[in-house]
Design a protein around this ligand. Sequence first.
Ligand SMILES: N[C@@H](CCC(=O)N[C@@H](CS)C(=O)NCC(=O)O)C(=O)O
Length: 202
Amino acid sequence: MKIYEAQVAPNPRRVRIVLAEKGIKVPYEQVDIVNAVNRGPEFRKINPLAGVPVLELDDGAHIAESVAICRYFEELQPQPPLFGVGAKERAIVEMWQRRIEFALFIPVADSFRQRHEFFKGRIRQVPEYAEAQRQNAEEALAWLDTELANRRFIAGDRYSIADITAMVGIDFGRVSKIAIKPEQKNLARWHAEVSSRPSAKA
Ligand SMILES: N[C@@H](CCC(=O)N[C@@H](CS)C(=O)NCC(=O)O)C(=O)O
């Protein structure tokens, strides 16, 4: 088993954090995304969509999509649970994971992807969309600040994959000048707590 990843990129960081939380060690192979090695024909045999991370199993199967990889490890080793426990909590974590992914993580990613030199020639870029998504991400931060007024973590009392996606998204927002505002005290309190976990350095 091994994981193709890139140390600099946000999606692989989500997987590294989940593995660190669970104390699972998997060998990593770095893919040179700066020089677009992931976009070449060899890597596309592993993931036709070219993204990292990709988990390679011992039987040769490839699992891409960060959250799918995280779910695989949750099944292998349920402790500590990062996708909820029981029907209700699992559904609530799923709801928040998807909300954070659509309302924050993707807008943050688009703010970078849609205008940065790194993605020139890789995807069709619309710089105006980058700015629209930057504003959408800022709106999501304001909304999350109100949500976090009454609970410790994004999906409730337990740290979950939704917190991981939100923290990684917010941290990556720095390159697009997306940041928690001084008045967003609940969000700042939450961000300080999740960032202080040892796994945040993974
Ligand atoms: N939805 C995929 C996204 C994968 C993705 O876009 N990965 C980025 C790194 S965060 C990448 O490979 N970027 C280089 C490129 O697109 O050329 C996931 O969740 O894993």
